[in-house]
Write a new protein. Sequence first.
Lengths: 290, 388
Amino acid sequence: MDFLLLLVSTGLVTGAAYGLIAMGFALVYKATGVVNFAQGELMMLTAYVSFSVADRTGLSFLMLMALTIPISMAIGLLLERIFIRPMLGEPVFSIVMVTIGLAVILRGLVILVWGPDPAVFDVGLPDTVIRLGPVPFYPAQLVLVAAMAGVTTIAWIFLRFSRIGIAMRAVAANETAARLSGISVSRIHAFAWMFSSAIASIAGVLFAANFKLAPDMWFQGMKSFPAVILGGLDSVIGASVAGLVIGVVENLFQGYVGQGMREISGFIVIVVVLMVRPYGLFGSREIERV
Amino acid sequence: MKSLIVIGFALMTATSALAADPGVTDTEIKIGDVNIMTGPASFIGRAVSVGSKIAAAEINATGGVNGRKITIVTEDDGYVPARSFQALTKLLQVDGIFALNGTSGTANVLAMMPLITEANLPTVVTTAPNELVYEPVRPSVFTIGASYANAFYAQLKYIHDKAKPANAVYGLIRQDDDFGVAVEHGYDRAVKEFGVKDAIRLRFKKGTSNFAAEVAQMKQAGVGVLANGGIIAGAANILAEARKNGMDLQIASVWSEDMPPSVNLSAPAGYDYLVGDYVALQGRAIDRFMEKAKKYASAEEIGAINRYTYITYVGVKVLAKAMGDCGKDLTRACTIAKLKALKGYDTDGLTAPISFDNAKQLAGTAVAVYRLDAKSKTFTPLTDFVDY
């Protein structure tokens, strides 16, 4: 029983990281119709920026995040202005290719600025082990799960009740109609990039706090992609739930079936779910997959 | 008639020049270095580059090799085998190197091997002492270093013979590639020879960050002695997860875990793990080396020094010794013959003495075992260099 609990609990931790990264993917897709293949790199870049801030200021965790999130939103806005805004009206495929190019640029930039060595990212959280019943956790693991729950709740409220959130949904549903009703589509795109950068920074900082800061962190973006597909490409909330599912399934497969099953288990789940629900667990039927 | 003699002499001289091997003039010898200068593994390349630089500077400061100065020509391969091939092609065709010292990783050396063989290029491999490099033997290729199998066997033998763990249940976690297979060979030899309980063997994909399930499996299996085949962040994440689960472990590690970046990542878990290495990690040999480093390298370069620096330094010194033994008539064939005849070359304690006079042209295979003090982040030698 303890073994099962260990697998599930640590699966939730990994799944929370997947879920947060996946939410960033889904948010940009929902508002712009484009899969941002640089989401993993954005997560890595914002984590490194936060690392530099922490290194210079020694801020507590909450203060660090309070500073990191707006900086990350500014980075998201800047990237959107430089790389995506000029592509407005161009074929989706071209914009996707731009995000792939951006991903490669960001990977190079991180190594250029911060170097190739991995590092311990002290985010200001204690490293004493906390036991919840028979299950041990590091504080950073619990914060990661809590952050995912918090961000998911805020995202749901934001998309459902805020003016910008409703405008985002309108743009996603019918861009032309949204434009005719006075919504600035370019502004909505910019907001989507800003918010997805903010989520990426939370994911990046907490992933690095749990699994070290390294210039190959971008790969977590690829590992989170099954969660985006499983949740439904345009479902921000679905992405977070699917992240947890993938994280737990991976751990259970590895724990009970063993030897390399972790890597394929997420894809097995995707294949099975997509055969029943081709648009994902929470996605819209009319998604055009890129 | 006079002009005929002059023309004849000129032709003879030209023929002689054409017969000489590339990369050698009266004043210079060019040694190539294909290296990981970019990407996440570039801390290895930087260290290798510093080792070559210090060796060349030291040799040149004492008159060079029979009056010829050594020039190191470095090409980046980014740890990509296809780029290693391109890099060596450039070094051979554009720069005209005489010999090769830096050879990147195992797959990279293998990618370059057709070029090395075709050019009969004297090559000393110091950073990838893999069986695939020295078996089958290529006449111009000489390898320095122990196998991962022996490095793990040495550590597990020390744990079994000297540390005598209360919980002698052994477990292995390793990458699912050639490197991981070599680690498992050492583990396999140890558990069979010691007759201990072999509780679990786990494989993982390179680049894995989350080892929660694997560590839970090891805890479930009751592992007390762990052969940790993870490297750098991977090894550190395994140890962090083990600490969280309150596992009391004696740990054998890959030699990459004795480098400062790895120690900084792993030490917070608090395990005083072992490493087995064919390179000295501390002591008078390293003190003497650092004196040379201060003389010939910048502060930034000194900051990049790790085990790969020491072993690359040894590689250039060995090449220089062989080239020096050839006298003024330096050729690749002579250098290869002198390398092949090299016996008991003293590396000033950085490795065991180098002898290539064996069927595999393999030297420096003796392993020393060290223990990390996680608090001070320093290593203490537990054994001398021993062949296993």
